[in-house]
Write a protein that binds this ligand. Structure first.
Ligand code: PLP
Length: 467
């Protein structure tokens, strides 16, 4: 036993291990101390009979450092909900982040014009790209789409009346309520039409008799009224707006930046379609169907966007360098739609062909069947979701691995997966857990498989209670 104790690596050799080269010595030392204490206890209690090697010890320390250090950490999304609002919406992918790392690790030209050596603007890095891709004359980026709405209304309609259909006074994601946003921006809300029917004459009435100076249309992202309904299209409204000199603003919420039909995805608006229909200004989120960082993109008429740029709120809502560099990287990919469709993770996930998902689910099933002894494992068809309040009525048929444990409850298994070193978030259905393959990243199967084997083993050893 003493031999074992003395064969444990010493503190210096551990802290000098190359694996820790980018980490603070004090932090490494403190975790190393805790791990060495644990190991000594385990040796003294006879729980282990081999002292781990230097590399193994360093590995244990590294693992604890990487899992214990962050509150905000990577999780595996096995829910099949692509834009999962609670799981950070759009995953960014390595390409976008690689460019952000290069631009932000050191200094950059965020507000410096390299041609003149004078002060530049942070907005120029992405404005032209946005204009080129969605075919418009001006653009502005703010923190998120809620901020975009506030800025648009504060600039164009503070102290003025804004007409909007009662059917579009929606609440999105708990804290974004259109009427409150209008009020906060200093504009006066004029509700027109009814919940299920709004006609062009309702807008005309608001303009002619209630002094409406801006016509607002909001995409009712997360709900749909069906049955006896009528609404005014953007093109009808825009034509009318132009004829009476009232700007039409369209909050699209979530927009694609490429035509999705070539990829077999026959749903969802594009930012281009709102503008082509004649809206003076559109806005949408960066981290919904665009599949990028949290941002609000405002695009359209340059005189209106110029006014927004000068508004004092713009300074309070401005995006930072990380967002802008990720955004620029995504926009550069969008110039080549076929590449965007496969390289931007949200698009790749949404456009995944059912056959490919089936193959992936089947091969994962085969693998799990071979390694799990107390679970029933099947590849099953499921309904995935776009999520993020986007396309709620667009079916997204997918494939999952269904895992029915026999030695522990599904709830215990769900908890065990959620508590795993890389937390794994799944759905429960019919007394089984479902691992949807659509939202898995490469390599996720390895982690899920390890976790399941570990949890199954623990259940046999009685570590996890049946509940
Ligand atoms: C999601 C959404 C918003 C809010 O966008 P954030 O980027 O989350 O701030 C606003 N309007 C509509 C229609 C939306 O769908």
């Amino acid at each position: 036993m003493n031999d074992l104790l003395s064969s444990l690596p010493n503190m210096n050799s551990l802290t000098e291990h190359p694996i820790f080269v980018n980490m603070g010595n004090e932090r490494v030392k403190s975790v190393a101390r805790a791990i060495l204490d644990d190991l000594r206890h385990q040796i003294l209690s006879g729980a282990i009979s081999n002292a781990p090697s230097l590399d193994e010890c360093a590995g244990l320390i590294f693992e604890r450092l990487s899992t214990e250090s962050s509150n905000l950490r990577r999780v595996i999304n096995a829910t099949g909900v692509v834009l999962h609002t609670n799981l950070g919406r759009a995953p960014l992918g390595k390409e976008m982040l690689a460019e952000a790392l290069i631009a932000c690790e050191g200094y950059n030209n965020l507000e410096y014009d390299l041609k003149t050596g004078k002060r530049g603007s942070r907005y120029t890095h992405v404005e032209n790209l946005i204009c080129e891709i969605i075919e418009t004359e001006a653009a502005l980026v703010v923190n998120n789409n809620a901020a975009a709405m506030v800025l648009i209304l504060a600039t164009l309609a503070a102290g003025k009346n804004v007409a909007i259909s009662r059917g579009e006074l929606v609440e999105i994601g708990g804290s974004f309520r259109v009427p409150e946003i209008i009020m906060q921006s200093g504009a006066e809300l004029i509700e027109i039409g009814s919940t299920n029917k709004t006609k062009l004459s309702d807008y005309a009435d608001a303009v002619e008799h209630k002094n409406a100076e801006l016509l607002l249309k909001v995409h009712t992202s997360n709900y749909e009224i069906v049955g006896f309904t009528q609404s005014v299209s953007i093109s009808e409204l825009s034509e009318y707006g132009a004829s009476v000199g009232r700007p039409v603003v369209y909050d699209a919420g979530s927009s694609f930046l490429i035509d999705t039909q070539p990829y077999g995805f026959d749903a969802g608006e594009t930012a281009m379609s709102g503008l082509k229909a004649g809206a003076d200004i559109i806005c949408f989120s960066g981290d919904k169907l665009m599949g990028c960082a949290q941002a609000g993109i405002i695009a359209g008429r340059s005189d209106l966007i110029s006014a927004m740029k000068k508004h004092p709120l713009t300074r309070a809502l401005r995006p930072d360098k990380l967002t802008l560099s990720v955004l620029e990287s995504a926009l550069r990919q969008y110039r080549y739609p076929d590449e965007a469709a496969t390289r931007i993770p949200v698009l790749a996930m949404l456009f995944s062909k059912s056959d490919n998902l089936k193959l992936r689910a089947e091969s994962f099933t085969t693998r799990l069947k071979a390694s799990l002894t107390n679970c029933r494992v099947d590849a099953v068809e499921v309904m995935d979701e776009t999520g993020g309040g986007s396309l709620p009525n667009v079916p997204l048929p997918g494939w999952a691995v269904s895992i029915k444990p026999s030695t522990l409850s599904v709830n215990a298994l769900e908890q065990g997966l959620r508590a795993y070193k890389t937390p794994i978030i799944i759905r429960i259905q019919d007394e089984a857990i479902l691992v949807s393959v659509r939202t898995l990243l490469p390599g996720d199967e390895d982690v899920i498989s390890e976790a399941l084997i570990e949890l199954e083993g623990k259940a046999d050893g009685g570590d996890i209670s049946h509940d």
